[in-house]
Write a protein that binds this ligand. Structure first.
Ligand SMILES: Cc1cc2nc3c(=O)[nH]c(=O)nc-3n(C[C@H](O)[C@H](O)[C@H](O)COP(=O)(O)OP(=O)(O)OC[C@H]3O[C@@H](n4cnc5c(N)ncnc54)[C@H](O)[C@@H]3O)c2cc1C
Length: 510
């Protein structure tokens, strides 16, 4: 479809960009995808695979052809005996879990966007969530992938099948990876060569490849039994240092979630406790006694540093405690229209012992650049989300935003972190990858890309930066934003404010 209104409806995803694509394709089945890839190869068109469009760093927008995989691939079969689910690329996290629940099973990593994030999108970004602190990102839960390759061939790649002989590492390459990959608990920044070096499995290159190596049409998920009992606590701290002291202790108790709400975010939530930071901790256990017992251990072990304690001994109580976290997004959505919440530095991940230094550095950078920020995230993984809240009527806000991006990139690098823990590199961070990994690992990334997609038809500019890369070009905000029909711009804004990413984007054009 090349109709201007349809193209406009696909010009934005979550995140900061507005780029009007050349066309939109909505494949209905595998044959359609194969035909599209063959045509792209022939005519050298760029294809931008896309699920719900909820990804943050601009991997789901671009000036080529958007391939909307959010509807045509909805088959879902759960096999309780092998504890697996075969899900088409369009199937959301919530749909997988709804189907698995009657068998007492679930897909443990739990992105907050699970209501709309598609299986294809989650695999492509190596998505994660609060429970990742215990169960990892989606990577270890991917058993097999059906993909359409750049030559138009369809393959099913299984864990344990080896490297597929497309790309192999030399001894020198392995040394480079060992020396240059950061030691954070999470990472969605570039091809996972460290995981590939360990497993020798091609699937580890494909997970987290952000639509740059192949189009995913089906995912075989591994499922896990739902633990029977849960308990938890909300713990308030007077300063960053005491919070940072508590985190490794709580991680040692094996929580199933350990989430942080910083005062920069708490101030927007009317009923939130008045503390410098709040940690929400959840423990899943086999018995109620074990779940309650570990909450007791957590509270007793931290009584010298906490200034606020609330506990919950079952799921209902825990839901009530976590309500404060759920109020955060609606609170930010109520900001005045001139103050936009922008995802620019939203996904940095640092080693756990640098968490306090990272948050202090974030606050300082925000002050220096005159841009308020709201900080929250996955404390147990050293992984912090930051919403930048610039006043877009202020002169120089765009330059200040760029300054904030540069300051925070430098900060994350200095602390031994990675620029993305779960959202991916996209277009936003492609240009800084080399600073984190060095030129030789970046060359390995280019070699991976060339091995899978020699004509660069899949998502050019994502992971491997475009020559004219700039993190704050093509913004959806401000006077320079690409012109699209006003009614579609308004509806896209509404989708963003209400996180209605499940909305079929064609509806916005009609
Ligand atoms: C309110 C909100 C909360 C969020 N919370 C979380 C969270 O807790 N954890 C988390 O990890 N993320 C979170 N995200 C980000 C986002 O939801 C995830 O990155 C999600 O995995 C993206 O899925 P999607 O279907 O929207 O993919 P899209 O945004 O459409 O695409 C994302 C990337 O994947 C590629 N891609 C998509 N489908 C395919 C496919 N079939 N084949 C190949 N490549 C493909 C695209 O090219 C793009 O690079 C959140 C986003 C929002 C808006």
């Amino acid at each position: 479809m090349t109709d201007a209104r349809v193209r406009a409806a696909y010009a934005e995803g979550a995140g900061i960009y507005r780029i009007v694509p050349a066309a939109v394709a909505i494949p209905e089945n595998l044959d359609d995808v194969v035909a599209l890839v063959r045509e792209a190869r022939r005519s050298r068109l760029a294809l931008i695979p896309r699920g719900a469009g909820s990804g943050m760093p601009g991997g789901n927008v671009g000036n080529g052809v958007i391939v909307d995989l959010s509807t045509g691939f909805s088959d879902l079969v759960v096999d309780p005996h092998s504890r697996t689910a075969r899900a088409g690329a369009s199937v959301t996290w919530a749909e997988v879990n709804d189907a698995a629940k009657p068998y007492g099973l679930r897909l443990p990593p739990d992105p907050s966007s699970g209501g709309f994030a598609t299986s294809g999108g989650m695999v492509a970004t190596n998505a994660a969530g609060p429970r990742t602190v215990r169960y990892g990102s989606v990577r270890p839960w991917v058993e097999a992938l059906e993909i359409v390759q750049a030559d138009g061939e369809v393959h099913t790649i299984r864990r344990g099948m080896g490297n597929g002989e497309r790309f192999a590492l030399t001894a020198d390459g392995r040394r480079l990876i060992a020396d240059h990959f950061p030691r954070t608990r999470k990472n969605s920044s570039g091809y996972a060569l460290d995981r590939f070096a360990l497993s020798g499995d091609e699937i580890d290159l494909l997970v987290g490849s952000e639509g740059t190596l192949a189009i995913v049409t089906e995912v075989h998920w591994r499922l896990d039994p739902i633990p029977p009992e849960v308990a938890g606590a909300a713990l308030g701290f007077p300063d960053l240092e005491s919070m940072a002291e508590a985190v490794p202790y709580l991680v040692s108790l094996k929580p199933s979630a350990l989430e942080l709400l910083d005062e920069s975010l708490l101030q927007f939530i009317p009923d939130a406790p008045k503390v410098a930071c709040l940690l929400l901790v959840e423990f899943e256990r086999e018995t109620a006694a074990a779940a309650r017992g570990v909450v007791g251990d957590a509270v007793r072990g931290l009584k010298h540093v906490v200034t606020h304690v609330e506990t919950a001994v079952n799921r209902t109580g825990l839901e009530r405690l976590w309500d404060v976290r759920r109020q955060a997004s609606p609170a930010l959505a109520r900001l005045p229209p001139t103050q936009r919440s922008l995802q620019l530095i939203e996904d940095g991940c640092v080693p756990l012992d640098e968490l306090a230094a990272y948050i202090a550095g974030l606050r300082a950078a925000a002050d220096r650049r005159g841009i308020p920020v709201a900080i929250f995230g996955h404390a147990g993984d050293g992984h912090v989300h930051v919403n930048a809240l610039p006043d877009t009527t202020r002169d120089g806000w765009r330059e200040a935003l760029r300054g904030l991006f540069d300051d925070v990139t430098e900060l994350v690098q200095r602390l031994g972190g990675v620029p993305s823990g779960e959202h991916g590199v996209g277009r936003l961070r492609a240009g800084v990858l080399e600073r984190f990994y060095g030129p030789e690992v970046m060359q390995l990334f280019r070699d991976v890309k060339r091995a899978y997609d020699p004509l660069s038809i899949f998502n050019p500019g994502v992971i491997i930066p475009a020559t004219d890369w700039s993190p704050v070009a093509a913004l959806k905000v401000g006077a320079g934003a690409a012109a699209i029909p006003e009614d579609i711009a308004t509806r896209l804004r509404e989708v963003e404010r209400s996180a209605a990413w499940a909305t079929p984007k064609l509806e916005l054009a009609h």
